[in-house]
Ligand binder design. Structure first.
Ligand SMILES: C[S@@+](CC[C@H](N)C(=O)[O-])C[C@H]1O[C@@H](n2cnc3c(N)ncnc32)[C@H](O)[C@@H]1O
Length: 232
């Protein structure tokens, strides 16, 4: 089967450029009369753009967080729940004065990767990564001033585990005035789960001004998915 696909000729559209310049082709594509894409399995031009979900913040998003969303973090402790590649921790090191940057990651290979970067760039004085399930890390959760929860449970845990994890967050993120960043918003996360959490008694949302130019590769929709809360 694989061999047959390899042997298929690449689908080619023959266009007379005298009649159809690039702009015209763009218009035809927009109207659905032509396509610049084809399905690589069957050669059909009936293709659709894929949905994308990012499993880590982009650099513009991180700049937005540390330069626009957070207050001065001097003397503060930040905890990234599910620190994955360490993006939040490394950005926190470079873009903020947070005194401690903790990451908790359940996947051991991702922890090794983060350790390598921490050692390579001498981040050890402020960054520490723990290989653990966040539900075993009460002390870190209770002591943090800023807690980051970027798409943390949705794609990695089943519904029952997600509910347990969110209940654990609810019980342990109680430090008055501490900040919680989530993607997506808590309301959206909880709308898909049966969690017994009274949001208005736990946190207050802080409006973020996302109308900020952070460079040509800024994805305004991704910025709008970032939610910031203050623990009451
Ligand atoms: C979407 S990534 C977040 C990436 C990172 N925080 C960032 O913003 O760049 C979610 C990460 O959470 C980790 N994770 C999921 N459940 C976890 C748990 N219960 N405890 C610790 N880490 C967990 C996953 O392995 C994954 O690496």
């Amino acid at each position: 089967m694989y061999f047959q696909i390899q042997k298929l000729q690449k689908p080619t559209i023959h266009v007379d450029a005298f009649l159809y310049n690039d702009d015209t082709i763009d218009i035809l594509c927009e109207e659905g009369k032509m396509s610049r894409n084809y399905c690589m399995s069957c050669g059909s031009t009936k293709t659709a753009p894929l949905d994308f979900v990012s499993h880590s913040f982009s650099i513009p998003e991180l700049r937005f967080l540390f330069h626009h969303a957070f207050p001065d973090l001097s003397g503060k402790t930040l905890l990234d729940v599910g620190s994955r590649l360490g993006a939040v921790l490394f950005a926190g090191y470079v873009y903020s004065s947070a005194s401690r940057l903790y990451g908790v990651e359940i996947n051991p290979e991702l922890c090794d990767l983060q350790e390598k970067i921490i050692n390579k760039y001498n981040f050890l004085d402020r960054i520490q990564v723990h290989h653990a399930d966040i539900c075993s890390q009460k002390t870190l959760l209770q002591g943090a001033d800023v807690i980051v929860l970027n798409n943390v449970f949705e794609y990695f845990l089943n519904k029952e585990e997600q509910i347990k994890a969110w209940m654990f967050m609810y019980e342990n993120l109680r430090k008055k005035g501490s900040l919680i960043v989530t993607v997506p918003g808590l309301k959206e996360s909880f709308s898909k789960l049966q969690v017994n959490i009274q949001l208005s008694e736990w946190v207050e949302e802080i409006e973020l001004d996302t109308d900020i130019f952070l460079g040509p590769d800024t994805d305004q929709d991704a910025l709008s998915d970032i939610h910031l809360y203050k623990v009451l």
